[in-house]
Write a protein that binds this ligand. Structure first.
Ligand code: C5P
Length: 291
């Protein structure tokens, strides 16, 4: 049986530029992946099937044609084989929450199927399949620290910024990405930040990030007031930085070390027992492989 982690994606900053003729907006974002994520397994079977379990499984029950199934069908079509695989998805990440769970599930599916059926497709072919399934799927095919541009589908490597101790929180409200973009007014534009260099200290990284923001935070807050509460709760734990990820509503905070992130998790869980709260490591040093 093949296992793949589908790590949560965090936008350390996200600047939005012009709206393009195709309706998407130009973006500039520094993206990292977390040690927290969904888990997928892949086993040879008589037919294609998907079984969803885990704490957030119920959120996908209404969705018969899950992105994971579409990715598996497209992989098989490109590879000219029958998609005879049983996929199990353990949904640990909240749905529609700004940490790219669905996109990361697709990325993990493409990696998993490449291991189950080696040598069938090349990495650029996987990126092409990903491109059709969502703006930030290609970046999730090989999770890493990426400088993301275009509508989110273009990405370039950045110098190693090191592992970051973080906390992810979500109060439980799903925010649809398209509605957040529809409410967007002020945009930082692209080209305002330079690609980061190596940071000698976490303080320098934090200073760099404080010069940027997430442009989607303001419109998301008007749709989902819980984001205000999440940021207030995170700011009470004295983080280096607290910010929303993606189009929300998940917010993250960065800390100087794992002990501070752990303490912040304890305090926030006590204050908000119903929230999803995940102390995690960002850019956690795992080398992702493609076969
Ligand atoms: O590609 P994805 O499904 O993630 O995008 C969802 C919606 O978010 C799009 O239909 C579009 O309205 C908006 N979007 C955008 N600009 C982007 C990415 C998404 O306007 N770069």
């Amino acid at each position: 049986m093949i296992r793949e982690l589908a790590p949560a994606k965090v936008n350390l900053f996200l600047h939005v530029g012009d709206k393009r003729p195709d309706g998407y907006h130009e973006l500039e974002s520094l993206v990292v992946f977390a040690s927290a994520g969904d888990e997928l397994t892949f086993e040879e079977a008589d037919a294609l099937s998907l079984h969803v379990e885990g704490p957030f499984a119920a959120g996908l029950a209404e969705e018969p044609d899950n992105l994971v199934l579409r990715a598996a069908r497209q992989f098989a079509a490109f590879a000219q084989i029958e998609p005879k695989v049983r996929i199990t998805l353990t949904k640990n990440l909240p749905i529609a929450s700004g940490v790219g769970g669905g996109s990361s599930d697709v990325g993990a599916t493409l990696r998993g199927l490449s291991r189950l059926w080696p040598g069938k497709l090349t990495l650029p072919q996987l990126w092409n399949i990903g491109h059709d399934l969502g703006s930030d799927v290609p970046v999730s095919v090989l999770p890493g620290c990426w400088w993301m541009t275009g509508r989110g589908e273009r990405f370039a490597s950045v110098p190693e910024i090191g592992t970051l101790d973080a906390l992810l929180v979500n109060a439980g409200t799903a925010v649809p990405t398209a509605s957040v973009y529809a409410k967007l007014k002020e945009r930082s534009g692209t080209g305002r930040m330079t690609k980061p260099q190596r940071f000698a200290t976490i303080g320098q990284l934090s200073e760099y990030l404080h010069r940027a923001r997430n442009d989607l935070e303001a419109p998301a807050r008007t749709l989902c007031p819980a984001i205000d509460e999440e940021l207030a709760a995170l700011n009470r734990t004295n983080p280096l930085l607290a910010r929303m990820s993606g189009s929300g509503a998940t917010c993250f905070a960065l800390y100087p070390d794992a002990a501070s992130a752990g303490m912040a998790a304890e305090t926030t869980s006590r204050e908000h027992p119903g929230w999803w709260i995940a102390p995690t490591k960002l850019n956690f040093g795992r080398k992702w492989e493609f076969q």
